[in-house]
Design a protein around this ligand. Sequence first.
Ligand code: BGC
Length: 810
Amino acid sequence: MKFGHFNDATREYVITEPKTPYPWINYLGNKDFFGLISNTSGGYYFYKDARLLRLTRYRYNNVPTDDGGIYFYINENGNVFNPGWKPCKADYEEYECRHGLGYSVISSKVNGLRAEQTSFVPLDTTASVHRIKLTNESDQEKTFTLFSLVEFCLWDANDDTTNFQRNFSTGEVEVIGSTIYHKTEYRERRNHYAVFSCNEEIDGFDTDRETFIGLYNSFADPDAVLENKSRNSLASGWSPIGSHSKVITLKPGETKSLVFVLGYCENPQDDKWEAQDVINKKPANELLAKFKTDEQVESALAELKAYWTNLLSTYSVKSSDEKLDRMVNIWNQYQCMVTFNMSRSASYFESGIGRGMGFRDSSQDLLGFIHLIPERARERILDIAATQMEDGSAYHQYQPLTKKGNNDIGSGFNDDPLWLIFGVAAYIKETGDWSILDEMVPFDNDESKADTLLVHLKRSFDHVTNNLGPHKLPLIGRADWNDCLNLNCFSENPGESFQTFGPSEGPVAESVFIAGMFVAVGPDYIRMCEQKGLLDEAKAAAAAVEDMTQAVLTAGWDGEWFVRAYDAYSNKIGSKECEEGKIFIEPQGFCVMAGIGVEDGRALKALESVEKYLDTKYGIVLNSPSYTRYHLELGEISSYPPGYKENGGIFCHNNPWVSIAETVVGRGNRAFEVYKKTCPAYLEEISEVHRTEPYVYSQMIAGRDAKNHGEAKNSWLTGTAAWTFYNVSRFILGVKPDYDGLVVDPCLPDDITEFTVTRKFRGDTFNITVDNTAKAQKGVAKLIVDGQEVPFGPIATIGDKVREVKVIMG
Ligand code: BGC
């Protein structure tokens, strides 16, 4: 069942039924100011950091779900409705929510009155704009009152939801004209405040929640709205809100727009006040002046759309498969940008309080947005590298605001260091900017311990070889990519964190996954050393990669597939010898991607085993059979009921690893089948089963051992976005940046017989046509560049030129 449809021309998903199977959200903002907005206008807004600088309140896991957001109420003769249906849930004549790139337009028509809310964060602006357009589509004059509502959060979202003995006495506001200033804690150490303003003269306002809503009422029936009158309340302590009201009369056919701005303003520490207790409003006045008129709002929205048009023009495909095209050209890239901005911090599954930026997560995310914003990717790489320790290990997470490593979680995840090499390689391949390797970067954020980025990468590489176990495989530490495989943890008490309990290292437990990853990134590290003239280092690295390959082919091979790991007793995990968890997806994907066993057929065998033992109609499960009981020696993985999360769930993140691995062995039909199974656009028709947004990937889909097989959770902030884009753009469609130029080497299913890709790369624009009428799956028979047939290989860039590339597969 569908709850809407894609509009590829406008790059929107159009939701036509407010009761979606789960709130279907969108993100507003691209740099400093952000909002999460659901299809019923739920959500919240923050500046830079979802925990520390949250402007509006949101209650996770609330009843009913998704209550609280930016709400507009319309009261016409006692009939109250909202453009986004919630919270009043009035019967509507029409409802629609269009989620676009960085904006959402939500509208309803009730009793002949159309109310349309357009919400977005203009470029380079620390505010969200909400334009309300009201149209009288009836044949009678209408008079009604429009109310706005936001509930202010007391900045630190963690504090806001816990420290009530303090918070209920700190709230402060000012109101001048149509502008409400939220200034809690400004009197002491803050130098910033929030502003909520309307561009027209208002008839009333409220800033005290209890007065506006009523102690025993809810968002759905606020006293002031039901009585159709603001009380002009001034909050003092308790819970400050922002609400305006305006009485409007519209003739039949008449339209009126009002602009509401919710923003963040900062003053210099020594220029905080205008007068005693009166905040300096200069930054607010400057901000609000930019969005006074409908024309200003229209042009800011047009600029935002143009920004996205330009961004997405870097990579676009045209094929016979419209679902493929819309994911590649629009939604997958959009989601990659959202993961760049949010990492794993704020979504409807991530509370914005818990996790900052992951070392591993952010390094992987680079794969998905490096072509869109290479300069910001460069900065991100240097930030991540600065949280690395001198011995090559790394803080598992860091805080976006301070950019410092997070001591609560610490280090010890032994795959983390290698992801840095992965990210840097992707950056250099995209930009050709080798100078990044010479950048001086601190260790542990300590400037006195700075060295070049290349030295950081050496420490990453050596961290693996310095920490080998009994089978000469890498020690796993706290965990590898699978955060839930905690082989040194042995936790027996509820509440202990699987990720931080126990020793951060153990001398026995080993990871075949890290081994595969080491072999996969090895060639990049070697190439970087060669480029910098470190030939001995390159040679030594090549030998280490060869040794690791041998260790995998011996201790890491189980007969039909690659072993997953060895536990702290040196017992195999992911082997036919095991009772449960006999086979895991991760080493099959990564070892084959690394090329291990390609020559002797083991790679193919491993992928056949994936198909035989792990595949389902909704995607490939992480392991099988799922663990049915808690295993002390395995940790969190066995804490989940069978079929969920890392215990037999379809962890979408590593399905593309298998799809890429399939392209390595040349099976284009299977690679595309794997791609399609978890790809949201192909799941739109079963939205009632899948439940999360059909335009973005989710972290997990319940596996076949789960009760709700096929149901997805944790949409938006997942490495799946980057990995699927990496897969489809570079391996399936085959347009791959490389150190010496652009390589075109597709691996296609038989039903894609032809496609074109436009790719901007290092100043050139490549118009690439691929002819697969031979249904070859893999292999380039002819490569024609700018009219000349050339040998297969990287196409060097010229700079600022349009290039014509034709590839004939065969
Ligand atoms: C984490 C990743 C991890 C994955 C698998 C995600 O929630 O963000 O870092 O690799 O789970 O455990």
